[in-house]
Design a binder for this molecule. Structure first.
Ligand code: PEP
Ligand code: MG
Length: 549
């Protein structure tokens, strides 16, 4: 686990890890340009700015040279200079005059939109550079370190970026900027990975160790080397060395799927590389509904999801109402312990029609889409409940019916359950909650809910081996599957599919692609005999060779 993760827009596709060199040039507080009047000093700074941009343009190549030349022209623009003079005449000191004139110009351009709006950033850059030249006779020295480093700054202007040596700069992180900003354009041209528009980058300090993952658009503070290993594509190197034969992904031993909740995330999750949906949390779709949705309404909504995954698998879960996600139309009064109350499939006893309607809608929607639909029920606690649910699915002509294993009692009866269902899926979030009698909403109990807890893994292992004996698929759709090393352990325990958030897909895929089934089983054995969650994790990271230095 890293200490913190910051998110922004990624440029490039190479992961980098290294120590931070901060670049925070002072802005406009000095008295360079002599002891002349404020107007003379402001003009001096703008002239210097234009000259330096011109000479940088002359020594660089496109696209940087074009950007720098355009900015030098801006620094000489008479209208800009008039605005600065007017500010000074109004009593502003040189620095304030440059800043307000630049801000005003930038705002005007922004308001014009289109091409002009794109130039607003240039004016702001020119203003910032002129300010620097008021305070110093350089634009600000980029940090020079003996070994290559990750450059972190509030913002970088093209004048800063153009001088970067890709051999010395592993990656760039800036608070400002966007995917089309000049910094991004130049970083891309230089082949330096970057995360721009990275909120919170101000907290990253000189000398911190960070991992920059442009594909995920993430910057991790104090990451573990294992994380970099997974993200950086070292897999390819390991493959080249012939060390990974028959890995978990390419052999099809483990299918990688994605969890879906909100419909507005559909375009992103459907575009992600996955075998389909491993958990469609249907209750999220109707959280704000007071009355139960009709079959037609549900069919239309599910149809959207199924169509987005046409040709792939979708594991749809029936409404998991109750506890932290109560649905008004399934609620039957207050309960003293909602997590232990009428949740999930249990709502069937008081509202059988709701489940019937949902299964009809599933069938209707699936018929019209090209996806392979699997249906499962949440919060099943007994073999009888499992059997009843499957038989209800059959009545609705749903061919593939299964249950979630998230109640320990069901895990203990996994062999019997397998005889009743087509598949199971481990909900490790609730399985932890119920196995450790620890409310999953309570942060103070996080250590008990750690998915590396050997007791939780033992329950998962029981289900995995029951699935193997019965020749039936065992999925994992709880958060445990999103931890790359734990994903390997779950595969070793017998999971045949893992369903994770779209964000977690790349690192989990990397992990599963770096390991074969034998190694995964060894990792699972090591985790099962560990004395604690931390020990299990450490043992597995070491065994896989992913432990931090
Ligand atoms: C789980 O319990 O692990 C699970 C996937 O279901 P949810 O988190 O929606 O309760
Ligand atoms: Mg659950």
């Amino acid at each position: 686990m890293s200490w913190a993760t910051y998110r922004g827009v990624g440029i490039g596709n190479l992961c980098a890890i290294g120590e931070v060199a901060r670049f925070d040039p002072p802005a406009g507080v000095g008295h360079h340009g002599g002891n002349g009047s404020d107007l003379e000093r402001a003009v001096y700074a703008m002239d210097e700015c234009a000259n330096r941009l011109e000479s940088l343009a002359a020594t660089s190549s496109p696209p940087a040279s074009e950007i720098l030349l355009a900015q030098s022209l801006m620094a000489r623009d008479p209208a800009f200079r008039d605005a600065v003079s007017a500010e000074v005449a109004g009593g502003s000191p040189a620095g304030v005059a440059i800043k307000s004139a630049a801000d005003r110009f930038a705002n005007q351009l922004q308001a014009l939109g289109g091409y002009f709006a794109e130039r607003a950033r240039d004016v702001a850059d020119v203003g910032a550079l002129a300010l620097r030249l008021l305070g110093s006779d350089t634009l600000g020295e980029l940090p020079v370190r003996e070994s290559a480093c990750v450059l972190v700054a509030k913002d970088l202007s093209p004048a800063d970026t153009v001088g970067l040596d890709p051999a010395k700069i592993l990656a760039i992180v800036t608070e400002g900027g966007g995917p089309t900003s000049h910094t991004s354009v130049i970083a891309r041209a230089l082949g330096i990975p970057a995360v721009v528009g990275c909120g919170g980058a101000a907290e990253i300090a000189e000398g911190d160790r960070v991992l920059v993952d442009p594909v995920a658009g993430e910057v991790l503070l104090q990451p573990e080397v294992s994380e970099w290993l997974l993200r950086s594509g070292r897999r390819e190197a390991r493959r080249a060395q012939g060390r990974v034969k028959g890995d978990l992904i390419s052999t099809g031993r483990v299918e990688l799927l994605v969890n879906v909740g909100a419909l507005d995330e559909l375009p992103v999750v459907a575009a992600a590389e996955s075998g389909g949906v491993g958990l469609l949390r249907t209750e999220f779709i109707f959280l704000n509904r007071v009355d139960s949705p009709s079959v037609e309404e549900q069919a239309a909504v599910y149809g959207e999801v199924f169509a987005a995954f046409s040709g792939r698998k979708v594991v749809a879960r029936t409404l998991d109402s109750g506890a932290d996600k109560p649905l008004a139309f399934l609620r039957r009064g207050e309960e003293p312990n909602p997590a232990l109350g009428i949740r999930g499939v249990r709502t069937r006893s008081s509202a059988p029609q709701v489940l019937d309607d949902q299964l009809s809608a599933f069938h209707q929607a699936a018929r019209e889409s090209g996806c392979r639909l699997w249906v499962m029920a949440p919060m099943v606690a007994t073999t009888i409940e499992a059997r009843e649910f499957v038989s209800l699915c059959r009545k609705h002509s749903l061919k593939s019916a299964g249950v979630m294993v998230e109640v320990p009692a069901l895990a203990l009866r996994a062999r019997e359950v397998m005889a009743q269902v087509d598949f199971v899926s481990l909900g490790t979030n609730d399985l932890s909650q119920y196995a450790f009698a620890a409310d999953r909403e309570l942060g103070q109990l996080a250590a008990l809910l750690d998915p590396w807890q050997p007791a939780l893994l033992e329950l998962a292992g029981m289900v995995g081996s029951a699935g193997r004996s019965a020749g039936k698929p065992v999925g994992v759709c709880g958060e445990a599957a999103s931890d790359p090393a734990l994903a390997v352990v779950l595969a070793g325990l017998g999971a045949t599919s893992l369903s994770v958030s779209a964000r977690a897909l790349p690192p989990v895929r990397e992990a599963l692609s770096a390991v074969g089934i034998r190694e995964a089983r060894r990792a699972a054995r090591a985790a099962l005999v560990a004395g604690s969650a931390q020990e299990a994790r450490q043992e597995v990271l070491e065994l896989l060779g992913w432990a931090s230095r």
